[in-house]
Design a protein around this ligand. Structure first.
Ligand SMILES: Cc1ncc(COP(=O)(O)O)c(C=O)c1O
Ligand SMILES: [Zn+2]
Length: 415
């Protein structure tokens, strides 16, 4: 139970050693994947898992590629709230719309799911350093887990990264290397550095780390009363969230613990939508696109080389879709979440709601379909979005009479 069967290449089938970190398939260069032996999991284990008092990511131990509990590095990640978007759902025409609120993860984004596992595995393998190239959220996450583990962290990022995000990684003591140019150029240099220096990369081609995001499936299954959603909408950059969630649900399906699989939806900004473009053109792999400006900054990845093809395959296998959202739609979803659901997300994290709204409008999703939007990053991650908020109204005199006048003008409910 909970044993790795193999590390294998999902493209050419070659298997590799599971006791060390290897960045890609030696034959074809593809991302590698973990195959877990789940054969020991029966109805008794299922019920015990659900009844156990343990909360968080590591309660799914049997599904995780770790051998030793002593290597666990945890900041209390996982088991984020699944909120019924009652009022917001009604407004958008849904009867059963849910928001998986990952803004409350320890470092404020979904990246903690994968890095909790990635850094724990680094401890288990005895590597001294973890490294990542990141638009911001992964940097903050990797450096926080490295700090907790006492490992050195090296973060490479494009020089235009939001200062608030760099500050988070810097506060955790990461060694930060800012690189001239965009994310994709930074990623190229990073790949060369991994080969040159043998770094343990906390990236979407780290097969151990990738297993962490399968936890979406297990949590949703538990939170929905052992059901899978009909639609699962994920903000998508590299594709890992989508691919791993699909893998998690397939594991549950193979165990007979769910009786359906969700349709997977990738939500991307129109300004940078390589997976959507490939999906629409019927292509089996992604082609690089030039990433234009978007407020969905964290998912601005023009070439999701490692997992783009997997995301395409899984979207199609699931009967889902890939959808590109324009800037006003992303802004609207961001504002709706804040005003009608009480969630302050970063725009990239809110794009799943924009996708839900559009797919509902177009009649792709039926009103009664059980739909989950993953909200993947906190609003405080991107301080510039304060600019999206309306300006402060003129100040009033500090007396009750002025306050009454203002409240009656604004029709603020003081009751
Ligand atoms: C806020 C946010 N949402 C979603 C994603 C997309 O994640 P994935 O690479 O798993 O597609 C990212 C990652 O860059 C992110 O930072
Ligand atoms: Zn291969």
């Amino acid at each position: 139970m909970g044993q790795i069967i193999s590390i294998f290449c999902p493209r050419c089938g070659r298997t590799c050693e599971s006791t060390r970190y290897q960045e890609s398939c030696g034959s074809c260069g593809s991302v590698l994947e973990v195959a877990m032996d789940l054969s020991g999991l029966g109805p008794w284990e299922r019920d015990a898992l659900l009844a156990a008092p343990e909360r968080g990511l590591f309660r799914w131990w049997a599904f995780l590629p770790l051998a030793d509990r002593a290597s666990v590095v945890s900041l209390g990640e996982g088991d984020t709230p699944l909120l019924s978007a009652g009022r917001l759902g009604e407004r958008l025409g849904f009867e059963r719309l849910y928001l998986k609120n990952d803004t409350v993860l320890p470092t404020g984004s979904l990246k903690d799911r994968s890095n909790a596992i990635g850094v724990s595995k680094a401890v288990e393998l005895g590597v001294p350093l973890v490294a990542v190239v990141s638009t911001g959220n992964a940097a903050a996450s990797v450096s926080a887990y490295a700090a907790a583990a006492g490992l050195r962290s090296v973060i490479m990022l494009p020089e235009e990264t939001a200062p608030g995000k760099v500050a988070q990684a810097a506060a955790h003591g990461a060694e930060i290397v800012a690189v001239k140019g965009d994310y994709d150029r930074t990623a190229k240099l990073f790949a060369a550095a991994v080969r040159e220096f043998g770094w343990y990369a906390c990236m979407s081609n780290n097969p151990y780390r990738n297993e962490g995001k399968k936890s979406y499936a297990y949590e949703l299954w538990a939170q929905l009363g052992r059901e899978a959603p009909q639609w699962l909408i994920h903000p998508t950059a590299g594709g890992l969230g989508l691919v791993a969630t699909w893998k998690g649900f397939n594991e549950l399906y193979a165990l007979g613990w769910v009786d359906r699989l969700p349709r997977m939806v990738a939500a991307q900004a129109s300004a940078c939508a390589p997976i959507v473009e490939a999906y629409r053109s019927g292509s089996a792999d992604v082609r690089p696109v030039s990433a234009k400006e978007t407020i969905a900054e964290s998912i601005r990845v023009g070439y999701p080389k490692s997992l783009g093809w997997r995301a395409l395959r899984d979207i199609r296998a699931s009967g889902g879709t890939a959808i590109a959202l324009d800037e006003p739609e992303i802004r609207e979803a961001w504002a709706l979440l804040a005003r009608h659901a009480g969630i302050y997300a970063e725009p990239a994290g809110a794009i799943s709601l924009a996708a839900a709204a559009r797919l509902r409008q177009e009649g792709v999703i039926d009103p009664s379909d059980l739909t989950v939007c993953v909200i993947t990053g906190h609003g405080l991650k991107q301080p510039e979005i304060q600019g999206l908020a309306p300006p402060l109204p003129p100040a009033i005199e500090p007396n009750l009479e002025s306050l009454r006048r203002r409240l009656s003008q604004e029709r603020v409910d003081v009751g």
